[in-house]
Design a protein around this ligand. Structure first.
Ligand code: NAP
Ligand code: ZN
Ligand code: ZN
Length: 352
């Protein structure tokens, strides 16, 4: 298979800061789209992967799965894209396309497993997949999304992960006019969840540990903010919510939020991946027919639906645009929740 080299930024080991390196991309096959990357969002999952928080990172690791760019080449069989189009790639670049999940447009739940945009198994090259902290990416057109041309491309990039990861549970749990929704954590995912839930017609509350974020949350569209460390405010929220989307990246006490679910309410975990500590107490769940669930990103058709919805409602992310060379500092700031509300890398900076 023919290949070419591009510049990228990645981690060479768990301790090493990210730095410039070269990676190989395949020449577009008949079904592929080659994209010149303009912007790439910085997701907390990028940091988890670079730091091997989940285990399984193979180095060098090139993160980045909130990709927006211009199409520079298309394979002979590509029908959805032409050279010059704005296009986007999210968290998946492949899946089996044959299993029951894939057949229902649920590629994110592909039974043999989807291929992640980074740190996945690249079936073409036999290497790991490398993400969007790079000049170009080559992806099967099925996994490439159309981007509304009138949206700011830098602020659109985070929709490809933060947007779809919160859109999918909002849709699955039928959030609409008058639903009562709460979001835990105001970061990249959290701020998109507020905007999307509001646009769907819900009453939206933010649970945050950070009193300084109240004003921002209200400006983003939240109707109320509950400081999760304040006992009085927490008991005032009892029994209120049909759906809680919990975006906290690290282990935390999920039991703390269950009393604020209404009967039949669901708390859906999208952030922390792993065993819960302290363990879940079933009593309030059983006594109120409440559920704790999980959700991962969203399918390709659902991602397109979300992008089209954002186009109609002029919804984009709140972003701080950085240079590729600033990524290590951005990770430090992300760990301190010091980002309003998504870093996005201007990939032009890698060309210099
Ligand atoms: P982020 O921008 O860092 O935001 C996380 C927010 O959680 C923070 O702003 C903070 O909000 C709160 N928080 C952080 N540490 C906390 C702690 N120790 N205890 C309580 N609250 C804490 O991260 P993100 O990019 O939104 O990602 C959030 C998580 O979702 C990450 O773990 C990421 O890997 C995961 N993720 C999952 C999927 C999926 O498909 N399920 C997709 C993308 C990302 P406050 O200051 O308001 O409390
Ligand atoms: Zn992500
Ligand atoms: Zn499949």
């Amino acid at each position: 298979m023919e290949t070419f080299e591009v510049k990228a930024y990645g981690a060479q080991s768990v301790e090493a800061p990210l730095k410039q390196l070269n990676i190989v991309r395949r020449e577009a096959t008949p079904v592929d789209v080659e994209i010149d990357i303009l912007y790439c969002g910085v997701c907390h999952s990028d940091l988890h992967t670079a730091k091997n928080d989940w285990g399984g990172t193979v180095y060098p690791a090139v993160p980045g799965h909130e990709i927006v760019g211009r199409v520079t080449k298309v394979g002979s069989g590509v029908t959805k894209f032409k050279v010059g189009d704005l296009a986007a790639v999210g968290c998946m670049v492949d899946s089996c396309r044959e299993c029951a999940s894939c057949k229902q447009d649920l590629e994110q739940y592909c039974i043999p497993g989807f291929t992640g945009t980074y740190n996945g198994h690249d079936k073409h090259l036999g290497t790991r997949t490398y993400g969007g902290y790079s000049e170009k990416v080559v992806v099967d057109e099925h996994f490439v999304l159309r981007v509304p041309e009138h949206l700011d491309p830098a602020a659109t990039a985070p929709l490809l992960c933060a947007g779809i990861t919160t859109w999918s549970p909002l849709r699955h749990w039928n959030v609409g006019e008058g639903s009562n929704v709460a979001i835990v954590g105001l970061g990249g995912l959290g701020h998109m969840a507020i905007k999307l839930a509001k646009a769907l017609g819900a009453n939206v509350t933010l649970f945050s540990r950070s009193p300084g974020k109240e004003k921002d949350a209200l400006e983003l569209g939240a109707d109320a903010v509950v400081i999760s460390t304040d006992k009085g405010q927490m008991s005032g929220a009892k029994g209120k919510f049909d759906l809680i989307i919990d975006t906290v990246p690290y282990v935390h006490d999920v039991n703390h939020y269950i009393p604020s679910l209404n009967i039949n309410g669901t708390l859906v975990l999208v952030g922390y991946l792993g065993g819960l500590e302290p363990v879940l107490n079933s009593v309030p769940m059983i006594m109120g027919r409440k559920s704790v669930a999980g959700s991962v990103i969203g399918g390709i058709a659902e991602t397109q639906e979300m992008l089209d919805f954002c186009g109609e409602h002029n919804i984009v992310s709140e972003v701080e645009v950085i240079k590729m060379q600033d990524i290590n500092e951005a990770y430090e700031r992300m760990l301190k929740s010091d980002v309003r509300y998504r870093f996005v890398i201007d990939m032009g900076s890698l060309k210099n």
